[in-house]
Design a protein around this ligand. Structure first.
Ligand code: FAD
Length: 449
């Protein structure tokens, strides 16, 4: 069988770009990644990310098997419940998450910096740090040249934009594609997990995910992140067998900046925040969260006040405006570069991973002579545009400043209706089961690409 040699250049070494790079390397396709961060530990890329079955499936298919095992071993303890609470920390419904699933089908919590280090492992010869992409040019021989701020350039048969929500590749390639403000601002911080911080939250919340939904559309997510290693970086007692070996010998762990923590994220519609919120520092942001929640549970407010100011930052949530398919070429996009979404469904990174896996399959078919390049990219884009923008719209439905819950009067009715429904569902097993099934159906638990 005739094979077509390809060299793929990827802009951005984020979740999607690195999963793609691993997948191509594993398939024997030449790949180079260009990342603007200067080193593998640079940049603040957030704290926790939830990996669903779509994401795990893509990672399993693309990473070398031992690195996939390292990814699993470095996840925080699996969440066992999803709990909705009111602002007094009273649960309205506790949805048990499925247990005993194999590692691909389970829901995982991972520290972003740790996942980033896992994805960089073994790729040292393929990543070029300190390369900020500026623009590309098409060459007469059909190849594409990418240019960087330092004056250097790189040539590839295929250019993949994996450069996130502000993608410069997208701005040049699809200038009509817009990313708009979702009119939500979030403040997030980490609190070290200690007996004191743990005692502030209801027992039934751990190990789980808590979502506080309060009047005025104010909300707060609580993630409990408990890792297999202790504060000094030593392995905890209950770790043994393969996991112990993996963690003890994995070089990426040296770069990890994570210890057990609770991550809180408070958000509301933009109009509820002072105009200069995005310019405020950690201490002021924590103070602001306290000022905005005077009637909330004293324990939860105490948890806010215990946020480490150096870990506290604001996020202005944005969302892509879906666009019609475009004529395909040897330039394509994945992840936030094409479908930035609000964190409403928690699937942005998972969709980026799903894209990466799909591009690996498409380019493998080209390499093996089964499809012409542009046809393979067209087929990938057809599916990606469909599931990617569906996820954008679903996520926007869950988290956007336009939801009724943020409106002055309607908001109260919407909150009362929602709480009534959740309390009823908590008492009716069939309703509760359906809510759990819906979570898994949406998060890739029951379908295959
Ligand atoms: C508060 C919050 C919570 C979230 N929680 C979840 C969750 O639980 N689950 C989930 O699935 N998703 C979640 N997401 C979404 C998720 O973080 C993103 O969708 C995901 O990181 C996108 O991956 P990506 O590879 O497309 O882009 P990124 O991971 O953003 O990577 C882009 C990379 O490109 C680099 N880059 C940018 N510009 C250039 C340039 N010009 N030149 C070179 N390099 C460049 C960046 O430095 C970065 O390394 C959340 C998002 C937010 C805001």
């Amino acid at each position: 069988m005739a094979t077509t040699p390809l060299h793929v250049i990827i802009i951005g070494a984020g979740t999607g770009g690195m999963c793609l790079a691993h997948g191509l390397k594993r398939a024997g396709i030449s790949v180079a990644v260009y990342e603007r961060d200067r080193t593998r530990t640079a940049g603040l890329h957030g704290y926790r990310v939830g990996i669903d079955p779509h994401g795990s499936r893509a990672l399993k298919a693309c990473l070398p098997p031992d690195l996939y095992e390292t990814f699993v071993a470095t996840c925080a303890r699996d969440p066992k419940y999803f709990v909705f609470l009111d602002e007094h920390l009273k649960p309205t419904i506790t949805i048990p998450l499925r247990e005993g699933l194999d590692e691909v089908d389970s829901e995982k919590s991972v520290s972003r910096m740790t996942l980033r280090q896992v994805l960089f492992t073994g790729m040292e010869d393929h990543i070029h740090f300190g390369k900020t992409f500026t623009h590309y040019e098409r060459r007469e021989d059909g190849k594409v040249t990418a240019f960087f701020e330092d004056g250097s350039s790189a040539v590839g048969d295929v250019l993949v934009a994996a450069d996130g929500a502000n993608s410069r590749v997208r701005k040049q390639y699809l200038p009509h594609a817009q990313v708009e403000d979702a009119r939500i601002i979030s403040i997030t911080a980490k609190v070290p997990l200690t007996e004191e911080s743990k005692a502030l939250l209801p027992k039934g919340l751990f190990p789980g995910i808590g979502l506080v939904v309060a009047p005025k559309g104010y909300s707060c997510i609580l993630h409990w992140m408990e890792f297999p290693w202790d504060r000094e970086g030593g392995l905890k007692n209950n770790i043994g067998g393969n996991d112990a070996d993996l963690l003890a010998n994995w070089p990426g762990l040296l770069f990890d900046n994570t210890r057990d923590y609770i991550n809180w994220g408070f958000w509301a519609s933009t109009d509820k925040f002072p105009a200069d919120v995005m310019q405020r520092g950690g201490k002021e942001l924590i103070q602001l969260a306290l000022e905005m929640t005077p009637n909330w549970s004293p324990e939860l407010r105490k948890l806010f006040s215990m946020g480490d100011p150096t870990t506290c930052f604001p996020i202005n949530i944005r969302t892509s405006v879906p666009i019609e398919p475009w004529p395909s070429s040897n330039i394509t996009l994945l992840g936030d570069a094409i479908h930035t979404m609000t964190p409403g469904q928690g699937v942005g990174a998972n969709t980026a991973l799903r894209d990466a896996h799909a591009i690996v399959r498409a380019l493998t078919a080209v390499r093996d002579g089964h499809k012409p390049l542009v046809q393979a990219i067209h087929d990938y884009e057809g599916k990606m545009i469909d599931y990617g923008f569906k996820a954008v719209l679903e996520s926007k439905k869950q988290t956007s400043g336009d939801q009724p819950i943020h409106k002055p009067y309607v908001g109260r009715l919407a909150l009362a209706g929602m709480r009534g429904y959740l309390r009823l569902a908590d008492r009716v097993p069939a309703m509760k089961r359906k809510m759990a099934d819906d979570i898994y159906r949406y998060r890739g638990g029951e379908d295959e690409d």
